[in-house]
Design a protein around this ligand. Sequence first.
Ligand code: F6R
Length: 247
Amino acid sequence: MTHPAIRQPKLEILSSPEAVADKAAAILSQKIASPDAVIGLATGQTPLPIYARLRAMAQSGLKVDHLRCFTLDEYYGISPAHDASYHRFLKTELFDPIGLPQDQWSVPDGLADPVTETARYEDEIRKAGGIDIQLLGIGRNGHIGFNEPGSDFTSRTRLVALSEDTRLANLPLFPQGDHVPTHALTMGIGTILEARSILMVVTGESKARALAEVMTLPPSPDRPASALKLHPDSIILADRAAAALLS
Ligand code: F6R
């Protein structure tokens, strides 16, 4: 059996979250401008300033005619119309404002049968020709997508249980009185690693430990983001606060 080579992701430390967003938006917009781009997107707080920049670029002429987008994950058991759904998040933050028609973007359906839906999602990505660039954030516990610590590096899109830490981190996004779902549908780590390139954005001191562990420790399912060390073309953009524990 052959093992993939271990390599250090390319790390760029930038002065601020704004600088990270500028650089990430420049990388993504360059891909978007290439014909038939297929882009994987993340939700959460970190990419918000990136989406603001992409909205502005679309206003000033960035074309999305042939763009195809896939979203990393969705909460299980909540409707696409729910205030905190990732479907709604990306539709509002990016897809509608840049004029991307509904048949050019996909989010796993949190209300569908999870086994059928996750197989269908993988199939849809395959039929689109695979993902050219996958945007990722990182959880405080090192998760990517909703692949929590312990997720196999060969895992595929599937139903997963959310850790208490992840549920707590996402609580502010839920309307008062609503509980954070216990489960989610997420692209697997194996699915993510099949993207032709990976762009991870990391900002703020709450991510410093997770980032330091990715950069300094060997790849391990205990640290899902360390799977980037098995990818031939990954780049991490971090601000100074997130890079504080790296010498
Ligand atoms: C979002 C996702 C998560 C987030 C991570 C960081 O689609 O899959 O892995 O990227 O939880 O979230 P923020 O950016 O809110 O700190």
